[in-house]
Design a protein. Structure first.
Length: 467
């Protein structure tokens, strides 16, 4: 203790020598004045007491002033620390001198700089986390240890059909409003490990729910992940429908060919006219399956991008007129009126003429096939803001409302079309061909009144064409 005291005194004298010298000189002056007063005046006892009290008061004021100089710096440091604690990380002390106060000031400034760097790093990490949560397609919910929502990203709000501002700081059960999701969370609490389940929510969304405690333990909270499997479920349904429809389409010609082969084996081959007729039927069935396979391959090539488009500026008339002219005789045999209406001053479009011509031919052929006698089929084209719209309208049987959303799926046929022949791939090929041109295709139909199929084609980019 004694060694520490002497070292402290030496340290103070070394770094605060100005204050020490000032106090020493001031005390010397006071003592000198007191001695002079005693020697010159020959004072009485009361005067000596008053003089001593005055000297003591002067010395006290001197010490108070010296202490105030040091305590003022300490108060400045305390005020700066309070500003930093309140969140003002830009607050700094003016570090002067090599003494204790200067060292303390520099330590406070160093602490503030470290806190500021950590705060910036934490803000960057928070921004990264918020960005990831915002753009994720999967829903993320972070719960505290009591089961209250701390974080909920937009995907989770969409899947649960809630507003994020209304869900924060509310219980998980109150937010999800689905006992099945809550049971997954409760199972996680009970088992103290990750739990998952696949559920169908009330908004027709298929969701995989994963609940896991934080890595440092459930006392820190839980992470709830909602993976939207609706798209995968729809693709799985399309795959099942595709296999079912393909099996249905192939079953009829294969059964017919098998029956014809068995008939020929049973002796019909000995009858040349009958055998020739059977071979003709077999050839028709084989041609139908060949056409189906070719259209499937073409559709696959278009979907995979392996069928590059040969784009050239083309007039709308050159796209529409050949298809109408080619099917005019078929419309006449069906006792239908096939009309062509082209708007005035139609601009050129940048298309692959052969593929777009096939789309128009397919739509007109379908319109003729499903329009009763005395009906009308009208092919028209008009210009809009940034495209040309080509439409094929008929006065046929129309499409049931429940079939309209799926009419462009491969092999999909409305009930009225089951007996109309065809592979069921034409509209799927038309859709993908139009999409490959950055266009849009849609249908407007009223059952018993007729249908109108329309699609858009892009205009010619003049600078690109000139080049």
């Amino acid at each position: 203790m004694k060694t520490f005291t002497w070292r402290s005194i030496q340290h103070t004298v070394r770094y605060r020598w100005r204050y020490v010298v000032s106090v020493f000189i001031s005390l010397c002056i006071i003592v000198t004045l007191l001695i002079w007063f005693v020697v010159q005046e020959q004072p009485t006892l009361p005067q000596l007491v008053l003089a001593g009290l005055g000297a003591a008061a002067s010395a006290t004021l001197l010490l108070i002033g010296a202490l105030d100089v040091s305590s003022g710096r300490v108060r400045q440091i305390a005020a700066t620390i309070e500003q930093i604690a309140a969140g003002d990380l830009d607050a700094r002390m003016t570090a002067r001198g090599p003494g204790d106060i200067g060292a303390l000031s520099r330590a406070v400034n160093s602490m503030a700089e470290r806190l500021q760097r950590q705060s910036r790093k934490r803000n960057r990490e928070r921004d990264r986390l918020h960005t990831v949560l915002h753009i994720m397609n999967d829903g993320v919910i972070i719960l505290n240890k009591h089961g209250y929502v701390s974080v909920l990203n937009p995907a989770a709000a969409r899947l649960l059909n809630v507003l994020d501002k209304d869900a924060l700081n509310k219980s998980f059960v109150q937010v999800v409003k689905d006992y099945r999701i809550a049971e997954v969370w409760l199972a996680c609490i009970k088992e103290a490990n990750e739990q998952s389940a696949t559920l169908e929510l009330s908004n027709d969304a298929y969701v995989r729910v994963i609940v896991a405690p934080f890595l440092r333990g459930a006392s820190n909270g839980y992470l709830v992940l909602l993976q939207d499997l609706s798209h995968i479920h729809r693709l799985e349904a399309v795959r099942r429908d595709f296999i079912s429809n393909l099996s249905h389409e192939l079953r009829t010609p294969l059964a017919s060919i098998k029956a014809l082969v068995e008939t020929l084996r049973d002796g019909a081959i000995e009858d040349p006219p009958a055998a020739e007729r059977f071979f003709g039927h077999m050839e028709v069935e084989v041609d139908e399956m060949t056409q189906m396979v070719q259209e499937l391959l073409e559709l696959s090539r278009i979907e995979s991008g392996q069928a590059p488009l040969r784009l050239f500026p083309t007039t709308v008339a050159k796209l529409v007129e050949p298809a109408v002219e080619r099917l005019h005789a078929q419309a006449g045999r069906a006792n239908l009126s096939l009309n062509l209406v082209l708007g005035p001053n139609l601009p050129e479009v940048m298309v692959d003429a052969d593929r777009v011509g096939t789309v128009i031919l397919n739509l007109v052929h379908n319109a003729i096939k499903f329009t009763p006698a005395e009906g009308q089929v009208t092919v028209s084209a008009r210009a809009v803001a940034d495209a040309v719209v080509i439409s094929v309208a008929d006065t046929g049987t129309g499409i049931p409302a429940e079939d309209v959303p799926r009419i462009f799926e491969r092999f999909y046929k409305a009930d009225r079309a089951r007996s109309g022949g065809g592979t069921g791939l034409g509209l799927a090929i038309a859709k993908h061909t139009v999409h490959a041109h950055n266009g849009r295709i849609w249908v407007e139909s009223t059952e018993g009144v007729g249908s109108t199929f329309s699609f858009t084609l892009p205009l010619v980019n003049l600078p690109l064409t000139h080049n």
